[in-house]
Design a protein around this ligand. Structure first.
Ligand code: SF4
Length: 61
C-alpha cells in the first residue's frame, strides 16, 4: 500500500484507531500517523476503511 488519507467528514468515532492503532490516531478527527508502516498494516487499513461509518478512509495500493 502506497498511501492512506482521510477525506473531510470524519465523525471521530474511533473505529479506525481501534482496528489499526499503529496507523490511525483519532483526536478531533482521524489522522494517519506520519511513520506508519503501510505495508505491514495493509490488511488492517483495508478493514478500517471498510468499517468506517462515513467512508472517509481512502487508500492507494
Ligand atoms: S472510522 Fe471513519 S469516522 Fe471513525 S474516526 Fe476513523 S475516519 Fe473518522
Amino acid at each position: 500500500m502506497k498511501k492512506v488519507w482521510i477525506e473531510p467528514g470524519c465523525i471521530s468515532c474511533g473505529s479506525c484507531q481501534y482496528r489499526a492503532p499503529e496507523v490511525f490516531m483519532v483526536t478531533t478527527s482521524s489522522e494517519v500517523l506520519p511513520h506508519a508502516d503501510l505495508k505491514k498494516n495493509c490488511a488492517l487499513i483495508k478493514n478500517a476503511a471498510q468499517a468506517c461509518p462515513v467512508n472517509v478512509i481512502q487508500y492507494e495500493e
